[in-house]
Design a protein around this ligand. Structure first.
Ligand SMILES: NC(=O)c1ccc[n+]([C@@H]2O[C@H](COP(=O)([O-])OP(=O)(O)OC[C@H]3O[C@@H](n4cnc5c(N)ncnc54)[C@H](O)[C@@H]3O)[C@@H](O)[C@H]2O)c1
Length: 261
């Protein structure tokens, strides 16, 4: 078992990538905390984990709230005694054309996708520093590594807020790696390519999603879409002790995208 007796918090683990991660980590022996803003989703995932015989705690949290994140850490330590692993995965999208992007569209995405990562690391690092051990992985996106062609393959034009937040996550990761490395904490970043999750349909119709999927398949050298397991396995490596000498790095899990600017 690669995470035997480790304690892992994954934000946004009520669905999509986060759900796949908590299930994968639990299979590898970790006690997991399903931290999400969606109470019903938490209940479902925690129920399935417990049904499978795993140790799991559900905690409803908004990652944009510093005080709620402090409570998340306290509850985790109360339940499982420590915090070994943190994956900052919660994220939202609000695609809007450049000139009609309102303050709120910008603020919500930056608050959840960037500031939330900073708040969550600040809250968890306090415990990891005392342990002199921690593994942190921040989920960025290929959208944070280069500009996509607008409108291509049903891709919604105008993700300047999301791209800015996700690019910020990459340098935040590198800076945190410098801050926290001397305390035995590895901080790395994963930038997934396109994978069909509930997020896919928050901004696209079914037809748009299918067109987008076909375009994305063509723009990566593996000529296929990613899967939840592709992402969960990459993150598993980075939160395990197999990656002990890796910190401050960006791992693109995108099938080899060729269309970045
Ligand atoms: N799906 C993709 O193709 C793709 C590609 C690159 C990056 N990503 C990133 O991967 C991460 C997971 O995305 P996904 O596709 O699994 O999406 P998803 O919508 O299935 O999951 C996101 C989860 O985050 C939760 N969440 C949203 N706002 C929150 C908040 N304020 N506090 C706590 N939880 C909150 C949601 O309830 C949801 O359970 C996101 O950061 C996303 O930007 C996704």
């Amino acid at each position: 078992m690669r995470l035997k007796d480790r304690v892992a918090i994954v934000t946004g683990s009520g669905s999509g990538f986060g759900e796949a991660m908590v299930k994968r980590f639990a299979e590898e022996g970790a006690a997991v905390v399903v931290a999400d803003i969606n109470g019903e989703a938490i209940e479902k995932v925690v129920g399935e984990l417990k049904q499978a015989g795993h140790r799991a705690l559900g905690f409803k949290v908004d990652v944009a709230s510093r005080s709620e994140l402090k409570e998340l850490m306290t509850a985790t330590v109360r339940e499982f005694g420590r915090i070994d692993i943190l994956v900052n995965n919660a994220g939202v999208v609000r695609p809007r054309p450049f000139f009609s992007m309102a303050d709120e569209d910008w603020d919500v995405v930056l608050a959840v996708d960037l500031k939330g990562v900073f708040f969550c690391v600040q809250a968890a690092a306090e415990y990891m520093i005392k342990q002199n051990y921690g593994k942190i992985v921040n989920i960025s996106s290929v959208a944070g590594t280069g500009a996509s062609p607008f409108g291509g393959g049903g891709s919604p034009a105008g993700n300047i807020n999301y791209a800015s937040a996700k690019a910020g996550v990459i340098l935040l990761t590198k800076t945190l790696a410098r801050e926290l490395g001397p305390s035995g904490i590895n901080v790395n970043c994963v930038a997934p390519g396109f994978v069909v999750t509930p997020m896919t349909f928050t901004t696209r119709s079914k037809e748009q999603a299918e067109t987008h999927l076909e375009a994305r398949k063509k723009s990566c050298v593996m000529n296929r879409a990613g899967t939840l397991a592709d992402i969960a396995n990459a993150v598993l490596f980075l939160v395990s002790d197999e990656s002990s000498f890796i910190s401050g790095q960006l791992l693109c899990v995108d099938g080899g995208r060729t269309d970045r600017m």
